[in-house]
Design a protein around this ligand. Sequence first.
Ligand SMILES: [Zn+2]
Length: 493
Amino acid sequence: MIKRRFLACLLPFLLSSLTAQTARTVIRQASIADGSGQPAFKADLAIQDGRITALGQVEEQQGDRVIRARGKVLAPGFIDIHNHSQQGLLEKPQAESQVSQGITTLVVGADGSGPFPPAAYRQELSQTGTAVNVALMAGHGTLRRMVMGDEFKRPAVPHEVQAMKALLRLTFQQGVFGLSSGLEYDPGFYSQTDELVELAREAASWGGFYMSHIRDEEDGFIQALDEAIEIGRRARIPVQISHIKLGNTRVWGRTEEVFQKMAWAAAEGVDVLADCYPYDAWASGLSILVPSRRFKDRQEIAEAFEKIGGAHNVLITRYAPDPSFEFKNLTQIAKQREISEIDLFMEMMGNGGAGIVGRSMNPKDVEKFYRHPKVMVASDGGIDSRHPRMSGTFPRVLGRFVREKGWFSLEEAVRKMTSMPAARLRLNDRGLIREGFRADLTLFDAAKVIDNSDFQNPDRLSKGIELVLVNGVAVWEKGEATGELPGIQLVAN
Ligand SMILES: [Zn+2]
């Protein structure tokens, strides 16, 4: 009796796993933007066992799951090379805000904050599963803090660099794709170029790349860019400039200098690419406004407000001591409290700082970056990030930059979201629609796709992404998450 009941319970599961293996999905007559940037073409596509098995004209067979996609665009699933869902994935494995944008692979561990050891994080992730594939970066900041502890406010001495290198080696043994740094943040801020070169050499020996939130995105951006390129040249490693920007009013309009630097680097054999999120406001901590870190210097604070175009351009998004500050700007809060903006800043820094969104980029610069062929799309967002990029990045590019403004073709946009990041990660079976490639796919309505999130409602989901498959399994369909968790943890080649 018990046995029979056990079997009866098991049977549907056995059957479904059998059909899951044999059932084929056929997507008919989609307009295929295959990720290469070449003009889209109409074709059918068949998927079986998580891979694309046919592309062209596909005869329907009995038992096929058929999706009629005439008039819709089928693209490789989007790969977000700079994403902060490290914690969010554990809490929200369905990653609704991500898959609803068409994202199928997240790269986490950016800005120097990669998990250590990667294997422990992987195990945590595998206990819940994930809707999306996950790739990890090693974090320079993580390693630096492990080795130097609270003594990080100085250059590392040689034996400390060697210790970091040993830890880095371990992360590569556990499959990370590269080394990330966050040089405007603790503890990376205090590192010197030689330390980074030494670590980047180790990363290069594993075929990894160096991804950097560079030391300065404002007045000193040229020197900061030079440093990243120098690391690439000396360590012979590909370089990814994270969320490229000209971050204050004084440096607006200098995109050509950036492109010239990138071209000179290429001429010297240094492979430099960048990513950019499609907004003119960034998200970070309050402390980042005063790069000198003299948080009690009224002069410096006043200058910081001037450079961002006024304290009203600083929106508080997270402030635990008084959540009523959240989603108000510094000018509003100061008025309410009847204190000066400078006093307010000092008070908030004294209470541990705050999460902020700073509106300090010029939309024209964002356009120039986006139009450049070496700049790809990445969100710098992630689950629960409190910036509209967390749920709007990819549809915003497709809806506003491609359809409404016509800055570049849809195919080029798809390339910037798929094969470009895939190549940087050296993924050889994702990022393009090809027979034999993994069936990470995004089907969308190019006439309707649009972001809906804004600075007050960063988590409002995008529209127009109709179907998202991860390893051949639907994770987003008909405007909602399916609950399936077919994502896998990617390991570097
Ligand atoms: Zn960053």
